[in-house]
Every structure is written in structure tokens, then in C-alpha cells.
Design a protein around this ligand. Structure first.
Ligand SMILES: *Cc1c(COP(=O)(O)O)cnc(C)c1O
Length: 355
């Protein structure tokens, strides 16, 4: 029995994707790698068919891509960060580290994005950029980016999105939502291996002067080099080959829509079992959640460690709460290579954990 990962990335890979990690060694400066990463970039941009956008590969985990995306903010322009979880706060921490002027509009982690407060803040004219998280993995809430995008558009502000745990699993309307860029990673809804992430940005945004405060994470430099067919630094070659294979799997399986439907069915199954067992959702309504992950309250008199241990014994890795929720919630993600029989087995394991 193989252990299945139900944490929000890295995910359990298919044998096909894992096989690509064993592809022949290639030099990142040779034409064969140029061809590979060029194809991966085109396929990433094609997942949502966003117009006039370019995918820029970044070496590192999702956080590297988010941080590289902040190169789109020049040091003399101010940003507004919308935070209702760990990942919104992380973007504020990055701006702090980069010494870029910003303010944070925060909400309780169990609440929706405070769109009206964002609107009021933007009305002052003080902010050129808005940063937000699409799927806030802290709780599993799918934030209302459509409404936020409208507010940004009306105020003439650019919108930069952390879509790390939603890209390829949720609907993303790059144009309708007025996005300038989003950041995502190989090893969540795309089902690749960890080590490569990317920013999908409009060509207009990439043409602006770089606001990078780092040599490695200078998005405009990475974009300019990749446009010429080279990667600025050694990109994880095997991980890129695995991402290419994962993109083939995604396309052959019917693209993000089919994956979204699969995740929805899996999450519904998990929520149904736990509801029957009397375990409560963290968020108020089922509809607050996306399809990739659900957060549950640890029931009175039980410990997260005991639940985790039982599931691990049965071959499943679940995820603890972060920050404020440490010990009081647990999370189950349904991304990655999972079969119907894995899901049934998970149901039995949950039942035995909560008897
Ligand atoms: C996973 C995740 C990240 C990045 O995490 P890494 O550990 O750096 O890959 C960023 N934002 C969100 C919303 C995430 O779920």
C-alpha cells in the first residue's frame, strides 16, 4: 500500500509523471531543453487560454514565484494587500522584506475578503497595485476575485494574484478579472513534482521596468532570457520534464474543467463522510470552499495528532492548521493521483479515526 498525500502540495504523482523524473540528463543550455521549457511555457499559458500573456518559469517552490511576481511592483509605487489567511500575510511580509510601501486590509481568517474596505482604500488614490490570494489554503476559502477585479479595474489598479493552490483546479478568468499576473506552482493542481513554479503575466506588465529587489527572482530578467530561449539560471531539468508530462495528463484528461469536476466529486465525498461523523467544517458554508481542500474543526476531546496518526497508519497524510489554527483544525486536500478506491479507503479510515 502506497501512502497518499492529502496535504496541499506536494501531491501524490502518477507513475507517468514520476517516470519523467527519470528522463535522460540534459544540459539547460542545449536546444533539447530549450524546446522542452518553451513547450511547457506555451502549455501553461494555454491552460486558461489567457490572451497576451506569457508564462515565466521560476526555479523554486510556489513562494519563489509569488516573490518573483512582486518584481512587477516598482519600488516607488504603493500596494494594497488583501489578507484573510497565511498566504495574504506572506505577501505583505515579502513587500516588507523588499522595503516596498504597502498597506494590508485584513479580515478574520474565517471571513471573506473585505471588498468594500478595499474599495474605500483604493478611492484614496494611494495605491497602484492590489495583491490577493485566490484559494486561501489556510482555510480552503475560494476568494471572490471577480468582485475584487471589478473594484481594481474601476480604480485603475493592477491586480496580482497568488493562484498557487488554484491554478488548473479552479476557474480563473484572467481577462474578466483584470489580472496583471498570477503565480502558481508545478506540484499542486498541476500534479507535477516540486521544484519549479511560474508566473503568468500580461505582456504589458512584463514590459514595465523591473521592480526586482533580488537577482534570482527578477521576473522581467527571467522573462527576457526565456523569450530568447534560455533560462537565466539552472532550472530543475527533470522537474521541468515531469511538469511537461503532467501538462500532457491534464490536457488528455480534459483540461482544468475536468480536473475541477474530479476534485469537486472527491471533496464532496470527504465532506459527506465527515458530516456523517459529526465533524464540523471550519468555514460557515460549504459554498465558501473551493474544490481542492476542506478544513474541519478538530472535535472536542480529540487531538489533531491522534487523527493524523490514525490516518497515517492507514496510508494517508493529512494536514494540520497553520498559525491561529494550529491544533484546532485539520485539512484534507484532494489534489494529485488518487483513485476511487483510495477515496473509499479514506472514508473507511476516517470512520475508524472518529468512532
Ligand atoms: C502552497 C501555497 C503557496 C506556496 O507554498 P510553497 O511551499 O512555497 O510551494 C503559496 N500560496 C498558496 C495559496 C499556497 O497554497
Amino acid at each position: 500500500m502506497k501512502t497518499k498525500l492529502l496535504n496541499p502540495g506536494p501531491v501524490s504523482m502518477s507513475e507517468r509523471v514520476r517516470g519523467a523524473l527519470g528522463a535522460p540528463d540534459v544540459c539547460h543550455r542545449e536546444p533539447e531543453f530549450q524546446e522542452l521549457f518553451g513547450r511547457v511555457r506555451r502549455r501553461l499559458a494555454a491552460v486558461y487560454a489567457a490572451k497576451d500573456t506569457t508564462a515565466v518559469l521560476v526555479g523554486g517552490s510556489g513562494t519563489a514565484a509569488v516573490e518573483a511576481m512582486l518584481s512587477l511592483i516598482p519600488s516607488d509605487e504603493s500596494s494594497l494587500v488583501v489578507a484573510n489567511g497565511v498566504y495574504g500575510e506572506r505577501m505583505a511580509a515579502m513587500l516588507r522584506a523588499q522595503r516596498k510601501n504597502h498597506e494590508v486590509v485584513s479580515a478574520a481568517w474565517t471571513s471573506a475578503m473585505p471588498i468594500e474596505r478595499v474599495e474605500r482604500a483604493l478611492a484614496t488614490g494611494a495605491f497602484r497595485h492590489v495583491l490577493a490570494v485566490h484559494h486561501e489554503t489556510t482555510t480552503g476559502r475560494l476568494n471572490d476575485v471577480a468582485s475584487l477585479g471589478n473594484v481594481c479595474k474601476a480604480a485603475g489598479a493592477t491586480l496580482l494574484l497568488d493562484a498557487v493552490s488554484s491554478f488548473a483546479g479552479e476557474d480563473i478568468r484572467f481577462d474578466d478579472w483584470n489580472l496583471s499576473a498570477l503565480a502558481a506552482t508545478a506540484n499542486k493542481c498541476l500534479h507535477g513534482a516540486p521544484g519549479v513554479s511560474f508566473v503568468l503575466a500580461t505582456d504589458a506588465a512584463l514590459r514595465r521596468p523591473s521592480g526586482a529587489t533580488s537577482v534570482y527572482l527578477d521576473l522581467q530578467r527571467l522573462a527576457a532570457d526565456q523569450a530568447k530561449g534560455m533560462t537565466s539560471f539552472t532550472l530543475a531539468t527533470h522537474v521541468t520534464a515531469a511538469l511537461d508530462e503532467a501538462l500532457s495528463e491534464l490536457e488528455e484528461g480534459g483540461g482544468w474543467r475536468a480536473r475541477h469536476a474530479t476534485y469537486r466529486a472527491r471533496s464532496t465525498q470527504v465532506r459527506t463522510v465527515l458530516r456523517e461523523l459529526g465533524v464540523a467544517l471550519l468555514l460557515e458554508r460549504d459554498a465558501d470552499y473551493g474544490v481542492t481542500l476542506t478544513s474541519f474543526r478538530v472535535p472536542e476531546g480529540r487531538s489533531y495528532e491522534a487523527i493524523h496518526a490514525q490516518l497515517k497508519h492507514d496510508g494517508f497524510v493529512i494536514y494540520a492548521g497553520q498559525g491561529n489554527f494550529d491544533g484546532s483544525i485539520f485539512r484534507i486536500a484532494v489534489m494529485g493521483d488518487l483513485t476511487a478506491s483510495d477515496l473509499d479507503r479514506l472514508g473507511r479510515s476516517l470512520r475508524s479515526a472518529f468512532v
